[in-house]
Design a protein around this ligand. Structure first.
Ligand code: ADP
Length: 261
């Protein structure tokens, strides 16, 4: 059972790492390639589109793809040794990909990862935020543990696909977040189905209904299904991921639930 920190304790703990965000939301998955970064980016845009001040921290050391998804090519500058997040469409962004070339980062050991994540939080001029959204690396508990020690995380969103193996990994991810006392805010099933533009038929390419059932079984809210979309894939490739993926339901849900925490 997770006990939420009282509001003053949260603010104090955040103050210690120099981050002033009202809510910190981690987006994780059991395995890579399920669309975690896409959903994290979409949630950040969704919250921003709803009027919040949002920072997006890409801590996915194995695939720091957020800059690519939102079309950022430049690197952050430092002022008085403080990193200035890159601003795009009103979002503030820092990525593990800015800290180190990806091919080096994947062979880092725990303490180096811990250092990089701490630096992204502590040495970045985030300014006042309503939400800091963190795109986590898939699977591993290392960074979840680091974050849970550094910050009072509001909670985590777990992304999976309907396939059995992905679901099993999502269950592990939920267990991992719970183990480090990060409340799980909900599960999103990505690549749930394909709506054929030619005949309007729905095809359940990776199966159907598994994530919803698993979420119910584990007592975690199910936040919805997102279809396989050629348009979304194209927009990702073009650096135009944007927010319409989460605008309708996921961002408003997170907005509402975090108000009560
Ligand atoms: P992860 O962070 O889990 O590794 P990404 O968000 O980087 O996954 O997504 C992997 C690839 O799949 C990206 O090219 C992305 O544009 C694409 N993608 C993600 N979700 C969808 C979807 N629902 N439909 C089509 N392509 C998607």
């Amino acid at each position: 059972v997770v006990e939420a920190l009282p509001h003053e304790r949260k603010a104090e703990k955040l103050g210690q790492v120099g981050v002033t965000a009202k809510s910190v939301i981690a987006v994780g998955s059991g395995k890579g390639g399920v669309g975690k970064s896409t959903i994290a980016t979409s949630i950040a845009y969704g919250l921003k589109n709803a009027g919040a001040r949002v920072g997006l921290m890409d801590a996915d050391v194995y695939g720091p793809s957020v800059p690519h998804l939102v079309g950022i090519n430049e690197r952050p500058t430092a002022i008085n040794q403080r990193l200035q997040p890159i601003e795009k469409d009103g979002l503030k962004l820092i990525s593990m990909g800015f800290m180190v070339p990806a091919e080096e980062a994947i062979v880092w050991r725990g303490p180096m990862l811990h250092g990089a994540v701490t630096q992204m939080l502590r040495d970045t001029d985030w300014g006042d935020l309503d939400y800091l959204v963190i795109d986590m690396p898939p699977g591993t508990g290392d960074i979840a543990l680091t974050l849970s020690q550094l910050l009072p995380l509001t909670g985590a969103v777990v992304v999976c696909t309907p396939q059995d193996v992905a679901l099993l990994d999502a269950v592990k991810a939920i267990a991992m977040f719970r183990k480090v006392s990060i409340p799980v805010l909900g599960v999103v099933e990505n690549m749930s189905y394909f709506l054929c533009p030619d005949n309007g038929q729905r095809y359940d390419i990776f199966g159907n209904g598994g994530a919803k059932a698993k979420a119910a079984q584990l007592g975690v809210p199910f936040l919805g299904e997102a279809p396989i979309s050629i348009d979304l894939r194209k927009r990702g490739d073009d650096g135009q991921t944007g927010g319409n993926y989460a605008d309708d339901y996921i961002a408003p849900y997170l907005w509402n639930i975090t108000r009560q925490m």
